[in-house]
Design a protein around this ligand. Sequence first.
Ligand code: ATP
Length: 433
Amino acid sequence: MNNLDKIVSLAKRRGFVFQNSQIYGGVAGIFDYGPLGVEMVNNIKKLWWQDMVHSRANVVGIDGSIITHPKVWKASGHISHFTDPLVDCRDCKKRFRPDDLKAGRCPECGGKVGKPRKFNILVETGLGVIEGKKDTYYLRGEACQNIYLNYDNVLRSTRQKIPFGIAQIGKAFRNEITPKHFLYRQREFEQWDLQFFVNPREAKKWFQYWKEERMAWYKNLINNPKRIRFHKHTDKELAHYAKVAYDIEFKTSFAGWQEWEGVHWRGDWDLSRHGQFSGHDFTYQDPDTGEKFLPWIVETSGGVDRTVLYLLEDAYTEEKIDQKIRVVLKLAPKIAPIKIAVFPLLANKKELVELAKGVFDQLNKKFVVDWDDNGNIGKRYRRQDEIGTPWCLTIDYDTLKNQTVTVRDRNTMAQERVAIDQLIDYFSDKLND
Ligand code: ATP
C-alpha cells in the first residue's frame, strides 16, 4: 500500500514538513521543517554525530561552507560528470529523466519524447561586486568535498593518524530534473558523510567494516528489518570516482527499493585529483613505518531528509481498534520529536492542573515535553500517537492522594502507575534502553 499521500498530509497537518514558499505556490523539491520536524531532524543528526564521531577515537567532525572555490568542482569531476540524462516531451515540452518515462513516452501527457541530452545538475551562483561581471560559483553538489579540502588541515591540527575519518553533516544542492516523492528527491537537502582515510593495503578491510557498521546503524532505527538491504552497484551503475559501491536500500511504499545511503570505495580519486588541480602534495608518511602513500578513501554518504522520510514510512501504522483506525507513528523514542505528553485529567479542576503543571515543569528541564488539556483523554492519546510520542502521562484524582501518575505506552497502550519523584529516572532509563 502506498502511504506517501497519508504521510505528506500528516506531516503538513501536524507540523513536521511544509512546502517552502507555499503562499507563492512553492518551489518544486524545496521544503521547510515545522516545529515537530525540526525536533525529529535534530534528534537524528544528534544520534548520527554521537555514534559516528563522539563514540569513536578515530573520527573527528568538521562543518564546511556551502560555497567553495569553483576549481573544486572541476577537480572533483562534477563539471564534466555531474550530469543526468534529460529528455524533452515534444508535446507538453516538459523535461524528464529517462527512467521516469512510461513505456518510452511522456509520463504526463503520453507524448513522444526526444533523444536524451546531458544536463549538469550543479546549482550555480554568482559572486562579485560589479553587476554583469560576477564570477560563477557553485552551491556544493555534495557535502563531502569540504572534507577532502580540509583533510590536511585536520591531519595537522589533530593528533589523528591514518586510518582515521572526518565526518560532516551539511546541505547539498542539485538542480534535479524531476524532484519527487516528497523528501526523497529534493533540490536542497542535507547529507551526512564520513570519509575514512586508509592505507591502500587496508582499504578492503575498512570498506567491509563501514558497510556492516552503517547497515547495523540503520537497522537499529527501524521496526521492520525486512525493509532494508544492500544493493551492489554493477559496473554500469558505478559513479566516476568509485571502485566498488554498495547502496543501503529501503523498501518504500511508493517506489519499491530505493537508495538510503551509499558506501563507496573511492580509491585515491579525490586526493589525487585535488593534488593535480591545486598543486598540493597529499602524500602521507606513516609516522611508525615511514611508508609513503596517497591515502585511499572509504565513504559512507546518506541523506538526512531521506532518512526522515524513510523513518516516517517505517513508523506509520494504522491499527483497527473498536471499528476505528488508530494512526500511530512507531518512531524509536530517541527519534520521536516529543518524548512525553502531560495531561491533567480535567482542564477545569484547579488542583489537578496545578499538580500537572508542576510535573510538566520538572520533566521539561530534561526532556521535550508537550502539554495537552484539550478534549477527553482518548482524543489526547490519539493526537500523541499520530506524532509518535512514546509516553503519555495523566494526572488524576489518585495523583492527589498518592503522588503517582498513569504512564501510558504508545505501542502497547499498556498503563502503569509511577511515582512523581521517580519519573525522571523512569524516562531516562527507557530512553537509554
Ligand atoms: P540518487 O541515485 O537516489 O539520486 P545519488 O546516488 O545521487 O542518489 P549520492 O550522491 O551518493 O546520491 O548522495 C548520498 C545520499 O544523499 C543518497 O544516498 C541520498 O540519501 C541523499 N540524496 C542524494 N540526492 C538527493 C536528493 N536529490 N534529495 C534528497 N536526498 C538525496
